[in-house]
Design a binder for this molecule. Structure first.
Ligand code: SF4
Length: 414
């Protein structure tokens, strides 16, 4: 009898890669994937524990899928929440048949608790889309004040270049999106055979195999000239800089490097090298000790940096982090006000920058009928480009941008 599995993935692109690999291991076990949770014998929820909202969404999803699953189907909870709150979660959610962290095989009923899978190096099914995430390392060696990831994902473990390249070849996609907690640090944990700066070699080798290579999440201190050049040489001049704030004293309280002045100089320098470069960044708002002056500095930065895309997130105190014990916690209503102000400012910038593209020509990759992206849009994160339905999926096309609908663009064939 055919046994089916259904996977719901929450959270970041790194989780998507884990889900793909989990799918690969279940296919190898003889199960077949289904898009219908009600038809599955195993329903897997790959959870996210990043902030409180993400945890709430994970719980809501688990409960919703519990209602949808058919009688006798197993409900398995994995991912960051299961890793971080395993026992607590299992107790609070009797609905789940199995709660297990990374690398524990998903089973039909038995409850193994021991990680036996090297999730990073598991094979994965071919991508159904013309692009795919590839995880190049797991874990993180930094100690950012707000972040609990190192405590449950562990220290950084970089993969072999050959294993990454093999995965890239097997996926047979047009675009590879490299992900890790801290991409630019790739190889630092392996001074013997890889070493600091290995990301440059890796990017060059990946981009020799696929049309587009994109990097998500670059900690700014490791963005060297060599890396900037390697990124520009891939033809995808897209820079996702993980800045988090710009006020120097606040960044130090966050246990992070840099300041707004340095960041602006780096961005200007990249634009001098590649005027068409696209930028994304993320910022945390309401970190303990964030003053009105810090907030104003961030507003001035956002205006001056003129980035294409920005995410602003309310600080959320995570158990066991440095920041959770800090004094001068910011009131939630004040954080909400600051968030709204920053988002309104960035929305205007994003919309203006999108409007400025009207009339331009672009090479786009069609992800699905009628929907494409240029190098300026990361999949699933940024806006998209509406294109004529007849353009072949998985192919590159030359188009002209004719309109902008908020963050999305509309294009015609030249
Ligand atoms: S770089 Fe900082 S924010 Fe990112 S995963 Fe590491 S500790 Fe967390």
């Amino acid at each position: 009898m055919t046994r089916r599995f259904y996977i719901e993935t929450l959270g970041c692109p790194k989780n998507q890669v884990d889900s793909d690999k989990l799918a690969g291991s279940m296919v190898a076990d003889g199960l077949v994937p289904t898009d219908d949770a009600a038809a599955a014998d195993v329903v897997v929820v790959n959870t996210c524990a990043f902030i409180e909202d993400a945890r709430r969404e994970s719980i809501d999803t688990i409960l919703a899928l519990d209602r949808q699953r058919s009688t006798g189907a197993k409900l398995v909870v994995t991912g960051c929440m299961a890793e971080r709150y395993g026992a607590e979660l299992a107790e609070a959610l009797p609905e789940a048949d199995q709660v297990s962290g990374f690398g524990v095989p998903v089973s039909l009923g038995v409850k193994p608790a021991v990680p036996t899978l090297d999730l990073l190096n598991l094979p994965r099914p071919k991508s159904a889309r013309p692009w795919a995430y590839v995880k190049i390392a797991e874990g993180c060696d930094r100690t950012c004040g707000f972040c609990a990831i190192p405590s449950f994902r562990g220290p950084q473990r970089s993969r072999d270049i050959e294993a990454i390249l093999d995965e890239v070849d097997e996926l047979e996609v047009r675009e590879i999106v490299l992900v890790a907690q801290d991409l630019a640090s790739y190889g630092k944990d392996r001074p013997g055979d890889l070493g600091a700066g290995s990301i440059v070699r890796l990017v060059r080798q990946v981009s020799a195999r696929v049309d587009w290579t994109r990097l998500l999440y670059l900690y700014p201190s490791d963005l060297t000239d060599e890396l900037v050049d390697a990124i520009c040489d891939t033809g995808v001049a897209y820079f996702d800089l993980s800045l988090q704030h710009v006020s120097k004293p606040l960044l130090r309280r966050m246990r992070r490097w840099g300041d707004g002045g340095r960041f602006l100089r780096r961005i200007a320098d990249i634009r001098r090298r590649e005027p068409a470069a696209a930028f994304r960044s993320n910022f945390i708002v309401g970190y303990p000790g964030e003053t009105e002056a810090d907030h104003d500095e961030l507003l001035r930065f956002v205006e001056a940096a003129d980035l294409d895309w920005c995410g602003f997130f309310a600080y959320s105190a995570e158990d066991g982090t440095h920041a959770a014990a800090l004094d001068r916690q910011v009131d939630a209503s004040l954080t909400a006000e600051r968030l709204a102000e920053l988002r309104a400012m960035q929305d205007e910038i994003t919309l203006r920058r999108r409007d400025e593209l009207i009339g331009a020509e672009a090479t786009v990759l069609v992800d699905q009928p009628g929907e494409a992206r240029s190098t300026r849009e990361a999949p699933e994160i940024d806006g998209v480009i509406e294109v004529p339905d007849h353009l072949a999926v998985g192919q590159f096309h030359q188009v002209r941008i004719v309109d902008a609908l908020g963050p999305d663009l509309v294009a015609d064939v030249r």
